[in-house]
Design a binder for this molecule. Sequence first.
Ligand code: EPZ
Length: 423
Amino acid sequence: MDKLVVTGGRPLVGRVRISGAKNAALPLMAACLLCSGKSRLSNLPDLKDVRTMGALLTTLGARLNRRGGRLHLDTSAAAGEEAPYELVKTMRASVLVLGPLVARRGQARVSLPGGCAIGERPIDQHLKGLEALGCRIVLEEGYVVAEAKRLKGAEISLDLVTVTGTENLIMAACLAKGATVIRNAAREPEVVDLCNALNAAGARISGAGTATVVVEGVEELAPLDHRIMPDRIEAGTYMVAAGITRGELTIAEAPLEHLTAVVGKLKEAGLRFQQTPKGVVVSARRAPRPVSLITGPYPGFPTDLQAQLMALMTLNTGSAVMQETIFENRFMHVPELRRLGAEVDVTGSTAVVKGVRRLKGAQVMATDLRASACLVLAGLAAEGETHISRVYHLDRGYEAIDQKLTAAGAQVRRESEPAPGKK
Ligand code: EPZ
């Protein structure tokens, strides 16, 4: 297992380029199962989760050929229908193969994802929508067994906004007979990116990015050929890095149009933004002002940047109130931040962050992807060394984060550490 050692107290100055979005890449890779032939995806980030999805598609019979950020994915011989527990338990987004498999092959056997650090994260809405499309669903031995001769278009009203639930149902509806209307659909930019790629392959989707998506089923789709959009969560993370170190970062390929709520809060905190031909320059000169926020579905403040904003708020000049409304257990970074000297009180889904003048480096442990990013950010500002263990969480969603930070002047090194209990 690796750990990161971050020596804090240095302003970040330099340039980072944002990679392709993890949460667009994963549904787009799964969507290749909807068509037969050679799909091409570019600007693919080199992430553990992307490799896991690749492994899953390979077990389903797809042939993958990756060169740098380009992935060629041939599904001509893809005949498998089972997503095994061994893979699904490492990445919940594996559930994204369910819709495409049922739509294309008429059957699927996908392991239930099981629990996750940040919350129970059930998939009842995915299953409810597939049943509305005429799919027979049985749960047996921890697997979802789904069958449908031919899916039929339907009216689906989701009980709550679910990103991968919306994506699964859009993909399934693409090859259904007739029209499907999905109400209370997720509006995230990654959903729009998926729909753009599907429409370019012959799908007939309208309303992407709104709460009502209409899909006219078609007989078949051509292979996908799509450049993955930049990662707004990675971009937001580096904006916080500039702010928390009181540095000046030029962030290339930052999708500002997808970060309105985030940029608004960072400006309120006192960060400065300047658009230049090389990218957006984000800078800060003093301690951040207190900013309160409530996470919510897009275009609200993204839950995936809540932990990172909290890192910034540990040094605010007052007291900030942060409410997490999407996941029931997404404050696991709080006890770790306290080890660095932060003053955070949590009551239910609300955290009150009382600013301190400085953080002091310590040993901390990453618990999930975005919590580990939060600890790296806090380490960049803390005095001395911060040792962050279990950084495999980080590698799931941040491409080359140590290299990108080091190139901007951070002192970050990766060390291996013995697995727990082993010397
Ligand atoms: C996607 O997860 C993202 N992952 C998550 O990013 C992100 O945090 C989340 O959306 C919210 O924006 C990918 O896109 C691969 P949801 P997803 O279904 O789709 C409940 C990261 O760090 N729910 O929108 O799994 C669920 O429990 C990851 O990159 C049901 O109750 O999230 C949660 O409380 C973490 N039943 C809420 O809805 C369902 O059938 C939103 O979950 C589905 C969801």
